[in-house]
Design a protein around this ligand. Structure first.
Ligand SMILES: [Zn+2]
Length: 269
């Protein structure tokens, strides 16, 4: 009997360990707060998809000291680092177009017409005949390559009794891209982020990183859908295309997102 009880206790402990403890707002804090640091990876800064070579000509590395200062000065309850993490045969790479030429939709540009940064339309031969609109990017953030690593100058904080740290990888399904840290682009598979943030009782998220009009935008949109009070810290983000950045930020504002600067964060915590 003792052995059975011990086994039950061990099982209960294991379950309890698996459920993250909800965090209560700190004294003087209004909310439980998370900082979402999106894709501060080499390939977006000085690698194959460096923003400085995109229409915006933004310098991606400029987000790093701003984010480091935030991590240093603000006591976020949860810090999330996301990484774009693609397989070599990933659908989002222009170079992989020949692998899926047979899936191009009739109304898509053809293999010959499509250029890097164009949008291809694929139809997957599954029960739903899923149509996938995919921007064809240069090869970037391939799993386990230097380009996929977080930039070495970014402060990497650790979990402690006052702070939980989550590392989140996205875009590892070869056939579905994932701009958002919450969902893949087809909204077929949800990542663990929402359940983990809910488990910690997070109510408010601050989003920073790269790229404003792509992964920062998609992450913010889903954060809003999931009911978080959502802020984009504009001076801690850089994007691909200035026109698109403005369009996307206005779309987020229409959904209730607030646009702030780092100097505003303290008063919102
Ligand atoms: Zn990607």
């Amino acid at each position: 009997m003792g052995n059975v009880n011990a086994a039950i206790c061990r099982a209960v402990d294991a379950i309890t360990d698996a459920i993250p403890n909800a965090i209560r707002p700190k004294k003087k804090s209004k909310h439980v707060n998370a900082l979402l640091i999106v894709d501060v990876q080499y390939d977006f800064i000085d690698g194959s998809l460096a923003l400085k070579n995109c229409p915006s000509q933004h310098q991606g590395e400029q987000v790093i000291p701003v984010i480091n200062k935030l991590l240093d000065e603000i006591k976020f309850d949860v810090v999330v680092y996301t990484q774009d993490w693609h397989t070599p045969d990933h659908i989002s790479f222009y170079d992989n177009l020949p692998l899926r030429a047979h899936l191009l939709a009739k109304d898509s540009k053809s293999m010959e017409e499509l250029k890097v940064f164009d949008t291809a339309i694929f139809v997957f031969d599954n029960e739903r005949q899923s149509r996938v609109e995919q921007i064809l990017w240069p090869v970037h953030c391939v799993q386990h390559t230097h380009g996929a690593e977080l930039h070495q100058d970014l402060s990497i904080v650790k979990s402690n009794k006052n702070r939980q740290v989550i590392n989140l990888f996205k875009g590892y399904d070869s056939d579905i891209d994932s701009y958002s840290a919450f969902w893949d682009n087809m909204k077929i598979r949800e990542t663990t982020l929402h359940s983990r943030l809910k488990g910690y009782n997070v109510q408010q998220v601050f989003i920073v990183g790269i790229a404003t009009d792509v992964c920062v935008f998609a992450t913010a949109l889903h954060a809003l859908e999931n009911g978080y009070k959502t802020h984009i810290i504009k001076d801690a983000c850089r994007g691909v295309d200035e026109n698109n950045i403005n369009l996307r930020l206005n779309e987020l504002i229409a959904h209730g997102c607030s646009m702030i600067q780092t100097a505003d964060v303290k008063s919102l915590i």
